[in-house]
Design a protein around this ligand. Structure first.
Ligand SMILES: *[C@@H]1O[C@H](CO)[C@@H](O)[C@H](O)[C@H]1NC(C)=O
Ligand SMILES: *[C@@H]1O[C@H](CO)[C@@H](O)[C@H](O)[C@H]1NC(C)=O
Length: 266
């Protein structure tokens, strides 16, 4: 009895703070977030204004995790009826799992990698992907303040992928956090609620022709004059696909390489 109470308290304590972030299309291993029983999210998959979506991922009450793309069912864990209160998480080895009751897995992605921080997401092509570990993070401290639930379903672009090239203007936004490449070529992470700068590259160029790009080894760049480097993140890993994520705690993270997907990009 005492054990059950402890477990229940842990369960409620674990999941309560996660409810906010779990309505988004990215799930993290650290700090952990989850897609809770009965939750789903919609994402209109409009990276840089190009419409690909819509997609949705639902953690159904019957324990099946179901992915839809263009309103067609495209993938599922096929775990209907295998448990109650099932939820989806990703662990510190990059393995995603649907678990029943407190922590018994009924489905897992089956690919483990080195220990680190991982991200699970609905990709712009309508597939699921797992990326990590983090190879770089911005140096600003995480924001502990709750960004508020006035926008419970965040469908803005807060992820971008290897090979993307983004010009001056908004790069990513998530709730009150906004990553902008300013006209003077400074890459700035702003908090629009406080007006404060959380992090910046402090770069400048009079040419106004700069862009942000992420390469296939997970290195993030601010470049100008076609290809001259103004700033680089300085960390590189195995060549493949990486993502830059504006996380819910107001920090930036590069995750990769991609270790698992339901739908390859090529
Ligand atoms: C679920 O079932 C469908 C249809 O049989 C199959 O195509 C799909 O691969 C299954 N999903 C998993 C995760 O095995
Ligand atoms: C958020 O998504 C859920 C599940 O798809 C939906 O029921 C709800 O109406 C949405 N809320 C808003 C504010 O769009």
């Amino acid at each position: 009895m005492a054990l059950l109470i402890v477990l229940l308290a842990t369960f409620v304590g674990l999941l309560a703070p996660l409810v906010m972030a779990s309505t988004d299309f990215v799930i993290y291993s650290d700090p952990p977030t989850a897609l809770l029983p009965g939750q789903s999210f919609q994402y209109d998959l409009t990276p840089q204004g190009i419409p690909y979506g819509p997609a949705s991922l639902s953690m159904n009450h019957d324990c099946d995790l179901v992915l839809h793309f263009h309103n067609q069912k495209t993938w599922a864990t096929n775990t209907t009826g295998l448990g109650t209160d099932c939820y989806l998480t990703v662990d510190s080895h990059g393995e995603a799992a649907v678990k029943r009751d407190l922590h018994y897995p009924v489905w897992s992605s089956g690919k483990k990698s080195v220990q680190g921080s991982y991200a699970f997401l609905v990709q712009w092509n309508g597939g699921l992907g797992i990326y990590g570990p983090t190879t770089w993070s911005s140096s600003n401290p995480p924001s502990l303040r709750d960004a508020g639930d006035e926008h419970p379903n965040v469908t803005t672009d807060y992820v971008f992928y290897s090979y993307s090239i983004l010009p001056i203007g908004k790069i990513l936004d998530y709730k009150n956090f906004k990553l902008v490449l300013r006209d003077d070529c400074n890459l700035v992470l702003e908090d629009t609620a406080t007006g404060k700068i959380r992090w910046q590259t402090s770069t400048s160029s009079p040419l106004h022709d700069c862009f942000v790009t992420l390469d296939n080894q997970g290195e993030l760049f601010v470049k100008h004059n076609r290809r001259d480097v103004l700033w680089r993140s300085g960390t590189r890993s195995t060549p493949f696909l990486y993502i830059l994520v504006l996380r819910y705690d107001g920090t930036l993270g590069v995750y990769g390489p991609q270790i698992w997907t339901t739908k390859p990009f090529w």
